[in-house]
Design a protein around this ligand. Structure first.
Ligand SMILES: Cc1cc2nc3c(=O)[nH]c(=O)nc-3n(C[C@H](O)[C@H](O)[C@H](O)COP(=O)(O)O)c2cc1C
Length: 174
């Protein structure tokens, strides 16, 4: 699959997530290019799917990321899949803290991008990736880059046709 990874990043955390996804996809034989959302989009004829992500900042997402979604649509991305990711954090330490701070990280940049992409009629991948940071400006928390890499792999694995059954399930009568 030829995958374009678009990111917005101030302190390098979201870029690190984008790079981790690209590295895993590359190691699995996919063709990947990674670029800042603010850059000019490549010719979409050479793209089979797009991963796009940005950090959650002041409970919001960068306008340049939402405008990249609009540009993808305008440039004819059509029904090719779009996977959404963000970074956020730090993760609240207690349930009380989480309750008090929830509006700052939910739905987060990923949730806002997801809503926007759906409103634009884009074909959004069924999963959304959220990677947390340890402190306000990073670094990315342990295990999150591996989570990102695994997410990217699932994104690039074609879904089985609707109604298809796994060969290993069910068993055969008699
Ligand atoms: C100015 C600023 C505002 C932030 N606001 C939020 C926020 O509202 N909610 C949240 O979950 N994280 C927030 N964070 C944490 C960032 O989401 C996190 O550090 C992110 O990984 C930064 O991405 P970047 O390094 O790619 O810029 C904020 C960080 C900064 C620096």
């Amino acid at each position: 699959m030829r995958i374009l990874v678009l990111y917005r990043s101030w302190y390098g955390n979201t870029r690190a997530v984008a790079d981790a996804m690209a590295a895993r996809l590359g190691s699995r034989g996919h063709q990947v290019s990674v670029q800042d959302v603010r850059q000019r989009l490549p010719d979409l004829a050479s793209v089979d799917g797009v991963l796009i992500g940005a950090p959650t900042r002041m409970a919001r997402v960068a306008v340049t990321a939402t405008s990249a979604l609009r540009r993808l649509r305008r440039r004819g991305i059509g029904a090719r899949p779009i996977g959404i990711f963000d970074t956020w954090g730090p993760v609240p330490k207690t349930a009380e803290e989480a309750e008090a701070a929830r509006k700052w990280f939910e739905p987060g940049a990923a949730g806002i991008l997801l809503k926007k992409a759906r409103a634009l009629g884009l074909n959004v991948f069924s999963e959304t990736l959220r990677c947390s940071v340890v402190e306000f400006r990073g670094p990315i928390a342990d295990g999150e880059l591996e989570k990102a890499a695994a997410f990217a792999e699932r994104f690039a694995t074609p879904a089985p046709p609707t109604g298809a059954r796994s060969r290993s399930s069910g068993g055969s009568p008699g």
